[in-house]
Design a protein around this ligand. Structure first.
Ligand SMILES: Cc1ncc(C[n+]2csc(CCOP(=O)(O)OP(=O)(O)O)c2C)c(N)n1
Ligand SMILES: [Mg+2]
Length: 364
């Protein structure tokens, strides 16, 4: 892939087989199987959630990550103790990758009290602060200044870590993202922005909405290092993201990473006509040549980590886990009536500690 890198971008030499890159050579057999289980698990969880949605069990929106699994799985596998992560509404893959259970995620979509956000957030608002996972945000690019804030906090507290802030290709054109790039460069904030470029923002193709040879090179205008890579091969994602994360942690510098990926489904389940703005052939070609599950499976079969029998067993266990999560969600209660207005704004629930005195539209 041709990328014109200016002085702010690090020079990289990409290996032919990303499993041979030093960061991947370190992986044990169990580490590699963990990545495989994760990618398969995300796919099976989402397929099951789609069925539940079509059965009318899940309301609101459902934005599926199917096709993009290797991005979240690869990057989260590199996270260290002080690293944080935040994303937009296509948030199921990142949630499972940080270790959230299928039960708490499925229950959240069913609107149940046992869900990670007590059933009050739904598909777009998965959160796990105990796992440094800060959501799940519906305003396009709204999570990017928040990601910068997470990284600012690390610097302020003197902790060595980085914040991973994911955004879509459509989000790069939002003013808030540009403002954030300016500040993180000025203040040397250890944030890595990951553009998950799946080629479309809702029904608008990248070509129709974004100027420039690629999206990442916009970082040059802010003197921020950047790189572009493909997101189908989890080992490529790890190889490239590792450099960005290391640089952020060690040099206290921001980074802009553009990862080229693809979503198989419509923008959300409501976008049933997605074959109107792209061809069936385009989708089929991606599935045939770049499917993240097929890629990791063939790599692990070739290096002896996986056998067909084990792959089948893992697949079945992830289907069973997803199935069990729907039962858990179904059997769970809704939030009690008296809690219906809590957990919306921290200030309202913690009035004694609230330093911003004002009125709220639902005060009386
Ligand atoms: C500020 C704002 N404007 C518009 C929308 C409506 N909207 C929701 S998703 C979306 C497209 C975003 O596409 P992209 O950033 O490429 O992310 P993807 O859905 O591909 O993951 C739009 C325009 C919104 N949620 N927020
Ligand atoms: Mg997109």
């Amino acid at each position: 892939m041709a990328t014109t890198k200016k002085k702010s971008a690090p020079t990289t030499k990409k290996p032919q087989n990303f499993l041979d890159a030093p960061i991947n050579k370190k992986l044990s057999k169990e580490d590699k199987l963990k990545l495989y289980r994760m990618i398969v698990g995300i796919r099976r969880f989402e397929e099951r959630s789609l069925r539940a949605y079509n059965q009318g069990k899940i309301g609101g929106f459902l934005h599926l990550y199917i096709g993009q699994e290797a991005v979240a799985a690869g990057i989260v596998s590199l996270m260290e103790e002080n690293d944080h992560i935040i994303t937009a509404y296509r948030d199921h893959g990142h949630a499972l990758a940080v270790g959230m259970s299928m039960n708490e995620c499925m229950a959240e979509m069913y609107g149940k009290y046992t869900g990670c956000s007590k059933g009050k957030g739904g598909s777009m608002h998965f959160f796990a602060p105990d796992k440094n996972y800060w959501g799940g945000h519906g305003i396009v690019a709204g999570q990017t200044p928040l990601g910068a804030g997470l990284a600012f906090a690390l610097k302020y507290k003197g902790l060595k870590g980085c914040a991973m802030a994911f955004l879509g290709d459509g989000a790069v054109n939002q003013g808030s993202f540009m403002e954030t790039l300016n500040l993180v460069s000025l203040w040397n904030i250890p944030v890595v922005f990951v553009i998950e470029n799946n080629g479309y923002s809702m029904g608008t193709s990248l070509k129709r909405s974004s100027a420039g040879e690629n999206l990442a090179h916009r970082a040059d205008g802010f003197d921020i290092a950047w790189e572009v890579c493909d997101g189908h091969d989890v080992f490529e994602v790890r190889e490239v993201a590792n450099r960005a994360m290391k640089r952020a942690r060690e040099e206290m510098k921001p980074f802009l990473l553009e990862i080229r990926t693809y979503r198989y489904r419509g923008h959300s389940v409501a976008d049933a006509n997605h074959e109107k703005y792209r061809t069936k052939e385009e989708i089929e070609e991606y599935k045939r040549t770049k499917d993240p599950i097929n890629l990791i499976k063939s790599q692990l079969l070739a290096d002896g980590t996986l056998t067909e029998a084990l792959a089948k067993k893992i697949d079945q266990s992830k289907k069973d886990e997803a199935e069990a999560s729907t039962k858990f969600a179904e059997d769970s209660p809704y939030a009690p009536r008296e809690e219906i207005q809590t957990d919306v704004y921290w200030e309202v629930d913690n009035d004694a500690d609230n330093q911003l005195k004002g009125t709220y539209f639902f005060n009386d």
